[in-house]
Design a protein. Structure first.
Length: 621
């Protein structure tokens, strides 16, 4: 390339050419033909791009008043109209009937804005606003859902079985669905018109309890395979984002929170329950809609459903926090929703015919509703125990606090003897409440085996801790006794997803007893632990989490009790896999047993001070 440089003919006007010692030559311009005079309406072809864009914007701005509103303008108008409908509902001047729940918030929400308009007048914070236009699903999304099988329901017989299983085994412990509406669609032969997201979530939760031939006739190789298919169809529908009803999203999230597979999926219950809690608080279900005054816009059936949804969220929050070692996400200091009653569950059944109730609902459904209320009370006490003893930066509890909460827990009455004539399902539910109670006792007292509260005199420390240890040992032994009865009476077939984690506090105590210097105590602890392992073996065919727990404790037993392992084949160290166990169950357990269990995990299993340390170490594996 030549080094000679050429400059623009007009460069000398601005480039200080006297300083560069180069003579500038400006050639004369070529003559141009005379420009024709154009009309004012003719655009100059030589205009710059910026000028053209500017004029175009001016033209658009000038024609805005006469042109049709743009899509953005229409959207803004719809959003503004939505805000006005919220305001009119809050000011109790609605122009249309409300259907969608909306929570206006409290002191820092938009409620103070409305109170300015009507001073000295108590306005509701829970509103029902008109349903906005529904979301139109695109053809691409519809085709995607069709390919994923979302629009293909099981056979009529399988749907019958799934609904029956859900209403018998899931709804009594998680009453989050309006069963009168569900059964109305079913009885009218319109189940395909029921909310498809909620329907797949119901099927997913019920598949744990259907007979084996059902998943076989649907073309699945195992119960777990069918459960996985139900889950992913519900998940596809949820993720596509076309469900606008937040109550339905909340109901589905609570049911999908029962999803467990392998080690990598242990976060799924926490994930889905977190979504449910967020939706619950967005809808204001943690607050009493009648706190200021009776809210006539909300029906009694809505109040009952909202109470059931909130307390189901709290139930899952408390027990998942215990099981997974995560912080509590619901603070009851921010909540004033009334406690639920059995009638909140039972009133739905009044809208169902006697024939349908007899066919689909448990005969002692009223007793099961009472047990659910018991579980909610125990969940509240568990939250208090976790807050007092396990907060990372919480203060050391005082003796008065420990003894006060201890009395409240021990004085709570749980059913100990079932009434004559109860079904096997109701008997299982009674024992299930007892398992929750024993797990709560162990969780509350266990930290004080090694630490003492403020205010306990040194003279009384040894005796006080001995008493605490006896309470913990008694609760762990009672857990085994309950499991023994359930196994003898063949009640484990009713076990639900929450059953397996209830064994963990007792198994933790039994494992710590395997460290005892007394040979008999070591042997007794190991025998009690092996009994729990056999129960997990029974449950792992249905629940993957049972395989995970079993693999973790198998490794701990082999490492902690080498004298027990040395005289027996490796396969006999843990209870052998039943021949009837599914391939999925064996694979789940093999995955854990073959994994490298870290020293941190084994140390956590031995840690008496923190019930969370096991899962914290596990999550780092």
């Amino acid at each position: 390339m030549s080094d000679n440089r050429s400059r623009a003919p007009v460069a000398c006007q601005n480039c200080r050419c006297t300083q560069d010692r180069i003579e500038c030559t400006v050639p004369p311009r070529k003559p141009h033909p005379p420009r024709q005079k154009r009309s004012s309406s003719t655009r100059r072809p030589s205009r710059s791009l910026d000028s053209a864009v500017s004029d175009r914007h001016n033209d658009e701005r000038d024609g805005m008043t006469s042109a049709q509103p743009t899509e953005d303008r229409l959207s803004a108008q719809a959003e503004e109209r939505n805000g006005m409908e919220i305001a009119t509902a809050a000011l109790e001047q609605p122009q249309r009937a409300g259907q969608v729940p909306f929570y206006a918030g409290e002191l820092t929400g938009i409620t103070p804005v409305f109170e300015v308009c009507i001073p000295q007048h108590s306005l509701p914070t829970h509103l029902l606003i008109p349903l906005q236009s529904s979301f139109n699903i695109s053809p691409e999304d519809k085709d995607y859902l069709r390919k994923k099988g979302v629009y293909t329901l099981p056979t009529n017989d399988s749907c019958e079985r799934l609904l029956h299983a859900y209403l018998h085994h899931v709804h009594p412990v998680m009453p989050v669905v309006d069963i009168s509406l569900l059964m109305a669609f079913h009885q009218e032969g319109r189940l395909h018109q029921y909310n498809i997201l909620l329907l797949w979530s119901i099927f997913f939760a019920g598949v744990n309890f259907i007979p084996a031939h059902v998943w076989g006739q649907e073309g699945y190789k195992s119960r777990k395979e069918m459960k996985r298919a139900m889950y992913y169809r519900a998940k596809c529908m949820y993720n596509i984002g076309i469900e606008a009803d937040k109550v339905v999203q909340l109901q589905a999230s609570l049911l999908l929170g029962f999803w467990h597979t392998d080690l990598d999926e242990m976060s799924q219950p926490w994930y889905w329950t977190g979504i449910a809690i967020n939706l619950c608080q967005m809808l204001g279900l943690h607050r009493n809609p009648d706190a200021r005054r009776y809210n006539s816009s909300i029906s009694d059936s809505q109040r009952q459903l909202w109470r059931r949804l909130f307390w189901s969220c709290l139930f899952r929050d408390r027990w998942l926090s215990l099981t997974l070692g995560r912080p509590l996400r619901i603070c009851l200091n921010d909540c004033d929703i009334p406690m639920p009653s059995a009638s909140d569950v039972l009133d739905d059944t009044k809208k169902i015919s006697q024939a349908v109730s007899t066919t689909y609902l448990p005969g002692d459904f009223a007793q099961l509703a009472q047990y659910w209320v018991k579980l909610i009370h125990l969940s509240k006490l568990l939250g208090a125990a976790l807050t007092l003893n396990y907060q990372l930066l919480g203060p050391t509890p005082t003796l008065q606090q420990v003894e006060g909460l201890g009395r409240e827990i021990e004085q709570y009455k749980v059913p100990e003897q079932y009434e004559p004539g109860l079904s096997r399902l109701a008997i299982f539910s009674m024992y299930h409440v007892q398992l929750h109670f024993q797990a709560l006792l162990i969780t509350f007292y266990r930290p004080y085996i090694t630490k003492v509260p403020i205010g306990l005199h040194d003279v009384h420390q040894t005796e006080w801790q001995r008493m605490i240890r006896l309470k913990v040992e008694s609760a762990a032994s009672k857990t085994n006794s309950i499991l023994d009865i359930m196994a003898q009476d063949r009640l484990l077939e009713f076990a639900c997803p929450m059953t397996t984690p209830l064994l963990m506090p007792a198994m933790h105590i039994h494992l710590m007893n395997c460290k005892s210097t007394d040979p008999l105590s070591r042997r007794l602890g190991l025998n009690k632990l092996n009994m729990c392992m056999m129960v997990l073996q029974e449950l792992q065919e249905t629940y993957s989490v049972a395989s995970i727990y079993r693999g973790v404790f198998s490794k701990a037993i082999k490492q902690l009790c080498p004298e027990y392992a040395s005289g027996m084949p490796e396969d006999d160290i843990r209870p052998p896999t039943a021949e009837s166990a599914s391939v999925d169950a064996r694979n789940d357990e093999t995955q854990i047993n073959d994994a490298m269990i870290s020293d941190d995990l084994l140390d956590a299993l031995m840690d008496e001070a923190s019930i969370f340390s096991l899962w914290e170490s596990w999550s780092r594996m």
